[in-house]
Design a protein around this ligand. Structure first.
Ligand code: PMP
Length: 441
């Protein structure tokens, strides 16, 4: 049957017919172990009974009421619960339909904050070359992925990019990890000075870089230095936790492990856990108060923001993460996954680096372990791994693309928090076979 869905590419895809726990079944009944939650989405696995029940109950009451007229119980409950567990100072939640929308809202809120506080020249954004913040124009402008941006460059808002914090590739041989982190964080200071602090509104970064790099956390001390630099120049710090937030790294917000609190933080994927399209932009009471006592409201909005059914899903997901002890489980299963990856790939020459936090792990493939030279991009190794993994009955999230000429093919793993020890073993076995098949092709 011809497909009329505007898909991602020419190749026909299997039809996802059913989901259960860590598996997706196609319409022929074949099971795929969901080793990446799609793209770090399905944190509770598929068909979770509590989320389904909460959504059914909400649907039986009311699915939609426009936020111009009403708030709703699930939206209020979700926002309150998020704030109760959010980093210090964060006190308001703006519910949206996904990650890009959350980032767009964050950028616009930063701009409006400076307009309301009498600093109209602050309009510039600084981001990192190794980053993905979404595909809408504002979020795309923030992202550092050259090939995604180049076609749309004339349409993008002014963003300046600095180096990422990527120890595996860029720490000097004679430099400690800490010193390296301070050195690259100081690039933010230099960039703000170069642009003129009075023109810079915000710096945006992912605490653990996901799609562009394969689970790369910053080194110890990096984000504390970033926080100091932002504070010194009056620049807002936006953390994009769309992929790494909602418990994925073992704490509800990834930045807890870096010991800092942002002014604005975005979340999405794990918030709806795949049950509903939902994202959120959380901001500090200070930002909210400035707007409340200024023009009175954030000049933003989407028809579906604050959607009650989506909020009911998010409320149930967050409840499950907190009440079932899943944050601890992410830490212990994350250690199991990390140990299994080390055991299987630690001595495997084409695997140069194994990294990440919690159940957010990445493998990087290199042609030469000593020079860390990546494979020729023309080989499209990541695409071959993805296809071979699907043949093995494994969903993983490989990607390619370089940052400053480094970091080629990598594989991102982000399994559901409910993955068992046996399933972790199965994931690593299937991945190992897929990597070898792809390398032999
Ligand atoms: N920010 C980050 C860090 C992401 O990983 C993504 C999605 N991969 C987005 C933003 C965009 O989210 P969405 O695809 O839901 O628009």
């Amino acid at each position: 049957m011809a497909s009329h869905v505007f898909g991602r590419g020419p190749a026909p895809l299997p039809v996802a017919a059913r989901g259960e726990g860590c598996y997706i079944f196609d319409d022929a009944g074949r099971a795929y172990l969901d080793g990446s939650g799609g793209a770090a989405v399905s944190c509770l696995g598929h068909s979770d009974p509590d989320v389904r029940a909460a959504m059914h109950a909400q649907l039986d009451r009311i699915a939609f009421a426009h936020t111009g007229f009403f708030t709703s119980e699930p939206a209020e409950e979700l926002a309150a619960l998020l704030c109760a567990h959010a980093p210090e100072g964060i006190g308001k939640v703006y519910l949206l339909s996904g990650g890009s929308e959350a980032v767009e809202a964050a950028i616009k809120l930063a701009r409006q904050y400076f307009l309301e506080t009498g600093q109209p020249d602050r309009h510039r954004l600084i981001a990192r070359r190794q980053s993905y913040h979404g595909n809408t124009l504002g979020a795309l402008a923030a992202g550092g992925n050259a090939w995604r941006r180049e076609k749309y460059a004339p349409l993008l808002v002014e963003t300046h990019h600095i180096a990422p914090c990527f120890e595996y590739h860029f720490r000097g041989d004679d430099e400690s990890a800490f010193d390296y982190g301070q050195r690259v964080a100081n690039e933010l200071d230099a960039e703000i000075e170069r642009l003129g602090p009075e023109t810079v509104m915000a710096f945006i970064a992912e605490p653990v870089v996901g799609a562009t790099a394969g689970a790369v956390p910053a080194v110890e001390g990096y984000f504390r230095r970033i926080r100091e630099i932002c504070d010194r120049h009056g620049v807002l710090l936006i953390l994009d936790e769309v992929m790494c937030g909602m418990g994925r790294t073992g704490t509800l917000f990834a930045c807890e492990q870096d010991g800092i609190a942002p002014d604005i933080v975005t979340i999405a994927k794990g918030l709806g856990a795949g049950y509903a399209p939902i994202g959120a932009m959380l901001c500090s009471d200070t930002i909210h108060a400035a707007i409340a006592s200024g023009s009175g409201s954030f000049q933003h909005g989407h028809t579906y923001h604050g959607h009650p059914l989506a909020a009911a899903a998010g409320r149930a997901v967050l409840g499950a993460i907190l009440d079932r002890g899943l944050l601890d489980q992410v830490q212990t299963r994350g250690q199991t996954l990390s140990a299994a990856l080390d055991a299987r790939f630690g001595q495997h020459p084409p695997v140069g680096d194994i990294r990440g936090r919690g159940l957010f792990r990445g493998l990087e493939l290199v042609e030469d372990r000593t020079t860390k030279q990546s494979f020729d991009p023309a080989r499209r190794l990541h695409a071959k791994i993805k296809a071979a993994a699907m043949d093995e009955g494994l969903i993983c999230y490989p990607a390619g693309g370089t940052v400053d000429g480094r970091n080629g093919d990598h594989v991102l793993l982000a399994p559901p928090f409910i993955i068992s020890e046996d399933e972790i073993g199965m994931l690593v076995d299937r991945l190992a076979r897929a990597v070898d098949t792809a390398l032999a092709a």
